[in-house]
Design a protein around this ligand. Sequence first.
Ligand code: SAM
Ligand code: SF4
Length: 330
Amino acid sequence: MIDPFGRRVSYLRVSVTDRCDLRCVYCMSEDMTFLPKAEVLTLEELDRLCGAFIGLGVEKIRLTGGEPLVRKNVISLFRSLGDRIGTGGLKELTVTTNGTQLVKMADDLYSAGVRRINVSLDTLDPATFTAVTRWGKIDQTLDGIFAAKAAGLAIKINAVALKGVNEHEFDRMLAWCGEHGFDLCLIETMPLGEIGGDRTDQYLPLSTVRTRLRENWTLEDSDYRTGGPARYYTVRETGRRIGFITPLTHNFCESCNRVRLTCTGTLYMCLGQDDAADLRRPLRDPTLDEAGLQEAILEAISRKPKGHDFVIDRSRKTPAVARHMSVTGG
Ligand code: SAM
Ligand code: SF4
């Protein structure tokens, strides 16, 4: 699949549910309305759609959400996708999770074929964790992280940089990640969805964070890529990597190789644009076979835009994109 700007689309992110057991302040409002269950594709339908994408050249699939691991029986989707790794055409199956379910699911994820996971952890401070997630308990996520490590999964910690909230913690987090063998990826807040607060209060440019980190750490340029938008450095003192995802200070669209599928079968060709394609209709159309479904996918790819136009400024009262990250899948 090649888009109109010559970029090869080989990475599919799938939001398997818009629901979550936490309510992170930058992601959701406290009283979120979730999709009626009837609108959500079954796990079998999601598997069929993913299969059509793999047939068109998708090599990497990340399941995300909402919290992907709270969807009932989601492990069956991991297993069926895991069966396609190798000769089935898929090279990598991975997941982004808040870690709360990992104690019970880490071994199953490994046996389904998952080898690397991203776990979101914005702070190491229990009180800050509860404040950011609105009611989460840090021990549940930390226990999950260590269960995943024990299961043999490589771990990358994702932390959203929040002004005045966790900005003084990054040295400590980098040391903690080094100690336990985790990579760390810092993310700027993106203006997605109403969250019941002012985002300009949260926004912290990562250029500032990087400069501050360099006072204590040697960040060596690295050409490591994961197929995602992060820019990586190797931390000489720990030997681990640190990545920076900077949608606002640096436009990462030139090398974009991915599209995003929601749990209702809507395909977003860009995280930061509203244009989308409905794949649920062709998926449920009994007159269409896999080739018909793939035709609908290719039509959508032909509309993939050049890039997003996120801005966070005080004069703009509404988010750049109305839907939440939990809908499109972060
Ligand atoms: N629930 C899972 C988790 O938290 O890892 C997966 C879904 S979550 C939407 C995926 C990632 O998006 C998380 O790392 C989260 O911190 C990030 N995220 C959510 N809203 C964001 C926003 N407005 N700006 C930047 N990152 C955001
Ligand atoms: Fe849930 Fe993840 Fe959003 Fe936090 S970032 S509210 S854990 S979906």
